[in-house]
Structures are given as structure tokens and as C-alpha cells.
Design a protein around this ligand. Structure first.
Ligand SMILES: Cc1cc2nc3c(=O)[nH]c(=O)nc-3n(C[C@H](O)[C@H](O)[C@H](O)COP(=O)(O)OP(=O)(O)OC[C@H]3O[C@@H](n4cnc5c(N)ncnc54)[C@H](O)[C@@H]3O)c2cc1C
Length: 503
């Protein structure tokens, strides 16, 4: 933090979700000097609450947004290539029940288009499976009225949190200064120009002025709040909608695209780690994004619809839920589901007469690399630099197995670190040590939820939280009182996720 004080970086990025992290990496790889600040932890916002798909999105075909689907499919291919350790092909089934001729034709065209828009892909093409073949692939499906299913391929990023961390790690390796638990509280102003931000390091309780030639606001659903001081009284830029997911025992063998009987909305049931994800919902939201949580109505809706498709699957048992807030570009007069998922880039000089700051919002995780490239292109132009992006080719860190080697080396040096911490998860103590030493894990939540997958097991690490606090405390100098506070903070952090957990 101190090293930042008094320096002026080319780019000060506010917000460490996938978009801010992607911009930090792209800009650092181009040789720009970069600072990235995140008020909580990297990936703690909307980015850690998605369906975890890297997809073109069948749904967007219905909105005739072919250009968006095409560009997301291209990005899917790039991510499969540059992050083979984090992004994996995922076969889907789209089952059909007593479909009308019109519906069959519509889906056939949709499937054809999905393939045409990704002609250059490495994934297999669509295929129609008859009734028997479908039931053999997915015995849990309700057989009543089943005609067959379309099989098609998309991709999954099971640990999207790690996708963010690897972007941040690479940015830091290329010189970026990165700070989590550091909130931008106000802008540094010089008349009609923003020259950076006043940032509170929440761990140290210290405020610092961070100067940037250009400030990028990448605060996702917080944008209207964080940009308000620069555009007082102006109309909101965003429409926020909430989406929740249920995490249940493994319910199906395949990933499924389904249509809710109640409102015909598309939703997914997807195998994830050792569990299943059911989601999502889409309801207008006007609270603080940090407080978003599943409600009884959300849970009932998903549970009922999932049960209709898989009558005997274990949807009664919920391990936990998560709720995320979409930051959609505001369009008047359309329903939640019809608002475009495309991102927007706001140049506040043009829009609000304030120079030195741009905002980026919306778009999917799938598109993050391309969005980051577009933002960094704009930044480079404004800064008079002409380096081009290399992120479509440069592999993300860890793709070569280096993370596994680093953990193994730690465990070889101290065999006590090779022991699993939790009776329900294979994660070992060395992963926590690595997260603290090399990946800015400063709280138990950082380590369990966003560096390792321990907090994503059904118990969410609550059975080993004392051991984790002990281990982190040794590395970070926590006394007994601080350890107790950190444990309490972790319990508070996961509480909204556990309101529907079956004990
Ligand atoms: C229910 C749901 C399902 C989704 N499913 C998918 C999917 O399957 N595939 C897909 O591609 N996309 C999906 N998305 C979309 C995707 O999750 C988002 O588009 C993406 O995560 C947005 O990233 P972001 O970095 O803009 O926002 P965020 O991840 O919210 O990051 C913004 C960050 O800014 C920080 N911040 C706010 N204020 C400040 C401040 N003052 N100072 C410092 N930091 C600050 C926040 O703490 C936060 O971490 C889904 C979204 C939702 C809601």
C-alpha cells in the first residue's frame, strides 16, 4: 500500500471481479503501470455467484442477438485454450416433451444456429438423441411424454474464483499493484478531471490517495453507487436483477437445459464438483448487492421446477445457495429476462463532462477477456500508448500444473501440510499456506471460498474452521482473540448461503 502512495499509475482499476481482474492483467501484460483495488476480496461480488458456464447462451438466440452469441462462442474457444485447467467442455441435454411441430422446428433452427455461430469450434456438434438413448444417458429424467433430447456442448468454469485469482496473479507478476480489502471511498478531483481515488485499506485502517492517469470503474452492480459523486442527479445507468442457485447432492449425470413449466423460463441443472447446481432466477432487485440472498419463494420455484424434470432426484436436500446481482444496462419498458446481457463502456468525459474516468459494466464472465481488451484498448488510446493485447494467446498461470507443483513442494518440506483439513474434502493445509503467501488470502473466507474449494464443499469448511484459523493465524500473526473474530466473520459470511441448508 505504501509503495503506491505518492506514485501515479497509468491505470487505477476499482473493483476486483472478473472484469477488473481481466483489465488489470491485460493492461499489465501491455506494460502499463496498474493498480487494482477491491473493497472485499477478489471475486467476492457477482463473479462468484453465477451458473459457472462459459457459453454462447441459447437464450440469447431467442432475443436475436446473434452477434453477441457469436462473439461469446469465440471467447469460449479462447478460454478453453488459455485456461485448460479451469475451463472444461460440458455436454448438455435439452429434453423435449410432447413438443408441438412449431416448437420442434424452433429448437432445430436454434440448435443449427448455435453450431453455425461457432463453426470454428473444437467442441463436438449437436446431435439428436431418441427417447431410449436419452434415458440411457440420463436415467433420472421423467420418462412420461419424453420424445428425445438435443445434445450440444458448452463449457464450465467450476472454480470461477480461481479464474479471477489467476488473472490477478498474472497482473501482479507483470508489475500490477493489487489490493484486496481496500475500498475506493472517493475520487481525487482536479476540477472536471478525476486523478485517482482515496482508498481505505480496511485491514490496516489506513486511507491513501492513489493517483491514476486514468481511473476505471469496474464495480459491477455497485456502479450507480460508486459513480454517483461524478454524475449527481443523473438517471441510473443500471438495472439490477437477482439470480439464485441451489447446490444439492448430485442429482443428474448430465447437464440439462430445461424450461420452467410455471413461466417457460430457461433454467439449468448442472453437475458441479461432487454436487449439482440448479439455477437460476431473474427478479428485479434494488437493495445493496452485498445483501442479496435467496428467499423462500426463489427456493420453492427452483425446487418445484427441478423436481418436475427429475421426479426422484434429491432436491429436498440443499447444501447451500448463492445469490448474485446482474448489472444490466438499463433499457426501459422490457421485462427482466429480455434485457440485453451485453456490456457497456461509459466514457464519463463524453457522458458527464468528467475526464480521466471510464466505467465498464454488464457482459458475461464468458466475455470477460474480450471486454477487458476493449477497455484496455480505450485506456491505451487515451494514454497515448499503442501496445496491443496478448490475452487471446497468453496462457493463464497454473495451466502448466505449476500450482500443483507448488503445493506438493510445500507439503514435501513440511509433511504436516499434506494432511486434509476437513473430513469431507480432500483439500490440504498446504493450499491454505500457498493462498496466504502468494494469493493475498487475508481472511478465512478468502482462503476457503475463493482460493481453495474447501468452502464449496457441503459443510463449507465449518467443521475445520478452527484448524484453518490456527494455520492462518500462525502465518498472519493472529492471537486467540483475533482468531475468534475471524471465525465469527467467516460464519457471518456464509450464513446467507446456509439459510436453507438441511442440517
Ligand atoms: C445469477 C447469475 C448467473 C450468471 N451466470 C453466468 C454464467 O453462467 N456465465 C457467465 O458467463 N456469466 C454469468 N453471469 C454474469 C456474470 O456473473 C457477471 O457478468 C460478472 O461476474 C460481472 O463481473 P464484474 O467484475 O463486472 O462484477 P463483480 O464480480 O460484482 O465485481 C465488482 C467488484 O467491485 C467491488 N467494488 C464495489 N465497490 C467498490 C469500491 N468502492 N472500491 C473497491 N471495490 C469495489 C465489489 O466488491 C466487487 O467485487 C451470471 C450472473 C448472475 C447474477
Amino acid at each position: 500500500m505504501r509503495s503506491l502512495s505518492g506514485r501515479t499509475v497509468d491505470l487505477l482499476i476499482i473493483g476486483g471481479g472478473i472484469i477488473g481482474a481481466g483489465i488489470a492483467r491485460d493492461a499489465a501484460l501491455r506494460g502499463l503501470s496498474v493498480a487494482l483495488v477491491e473493497q472485499e476480496d477478489f471475486a467476492s461480488g457477482t463473479t462468484s455467484r453465477p451458473t459457472r458456464l462459459i457459453h454462447g447462451g441459447l437464450r440469447y438466440l431467442e432475443l436475436f442477438d446473434f452477434a453477441l452469441v457469436r462473439s461469446d462462442m469465440r471467447e469460449r474457444e479462447i478460454l478453453l485454450r488459455i485456461a485448460p485447467h479451469l475451463v472444461f467442455p460440458l455436454p448438455f441435454l435439452l429434453p423435449l416433451y410432447r413438443p408441438s411441430l412449431w416448437y420442434q422446428a424452433k429448437l432445430r433452427i436454434g440448435m443449427q444456429l448455435y453450431d453455425i455461430l461457432s463453426l470454428d469450434k473444437s467442441l463436438p456438434k449437436r446431435r439428436w438423441l431418441g427417447r431410449e438413448e436419452t434415458l440411457a444417458a440420463e436415467p433420472a429424467l421423467d420418462p412420461d411424454g419424453l420424445q428425445g433430447a438435443w445434445r450440444f456442448y458448452d463449457a464450465q468454469v467450476p472454480l470461477v474464483e480461481r479464474l479471477v485469482i489467476e488473472n490477478v496473479v498474472d497482473a501482479a507478476t507483470h508489475g500490477a499493484l493489487v489490493l484486496n480489502h481496500a475500498r475506493a471511498n472517493s475520487y481525487l478531483r482536479d476540477g472536471d478531471r478525476v486523478g485517482g481515488a482515496v482508498v481505505l485499506d480496511r485491514m490496516a485502517g489506513v486511507e491513501l490517495a492513489l493517483r491514476g492517469r486514468l481511473t476505471v470503474n469496474a464495480t459491477g452492480p455497485w456502479l450507480d453507487r460508486t459513480i454517483a459523486p461524478l454524475r449527481s442527479g443523473a438517471k441510473p445507468l443500471l438495472r439490477l436483477t437477482k439470480g439464485i442457485h441451489l447446490v444439492t447432492p448430485r442429482a443428474t449425470q448430465q447437464a440439462h437445459v430445461l424450461f420452467a413449466r410455471r413461466d417457460d423460463r430457461l433454467f439449468f441443472v448442472v453437475p458441479w464438483l461432487d454436487a449439482s447446481i440448479v439455477g437460476t432466477t431473474d427478479t428485479d432487485f434494488d437493495g445493496d448487492p452485498a445483501a442479496a440472498a435467496a428467499t423462500e419463494e426463489d427456493v420453492r420455484y427452483l425446487r418445484e421446477e427441478a423436481r418436475r424434470a427429475f421426479p426422484n432426484a434429491p432436491f429436498d436436500e440443499i447444501f447451500f445457495t448463492w445469490a448474485g446481482v446482474r448489472a444490466l444496462v438499463r433499457e426501459e419498458g422490457v421485462s427482466e429476462g429480455e434485457v440485453s446481457r451485453k456490456h457497456a463502456l461509459y466514457d464519463h468525459q463524453r457522458r458527464d463532462g468528467v475526464a480521466g474516468v471510464v466505467s465498464v459494466v454488464g457482459g458475461k464472465i464468458t466475455a470477460y477477456r474480450a471486454i477487458a481488451e476493449e477497455v484496455t484498448d480505450l485506456a491505451a488510446r487515451k494514454l497515448g500508448r499503442d501496445q496491443r493485447a496478448s490475452t487471446a494467446e497468453a496462457m493463464l498461470p497454473g495451466a502448466d500444473g505449476s500450482r500443483a507443483r507448488a503445493i506438493a513442494a510445500l507439503a514435501a518440506g513440511d509433511p504436516s501440510l499434506a494432511t486434509p483439513l476437513c473430513p469431507h474434502h480432500h483439500g490440504v493445509a498446504a493450499e491454505i499456506v500457498h493462498a496466504v503467501r502468494h494469493e493475498w488470502a487475508l481472511t478465512i473466507g478468502d482462503a476457503l471460498l475463493r482460493r481453495t474449494a474447501l468452502g464449496l464443499a457441503p459443510c463449507q469448511g465449518l467443521d475445520c474452521v478452527d484448524a484453518v484459523a490456527e494455520l492462518m493465524g500462525r502465518l498472519l500473526g493472529w492471537d486467540a482473540e483475533r482468531r475468534a473474530r475471524e471465525i465469527a466473520a467467516y460464519c457471518r459470511e456464509v450464513e446467507p448461503m446456509r439459510r436453507f441448508s438441511v442440517k
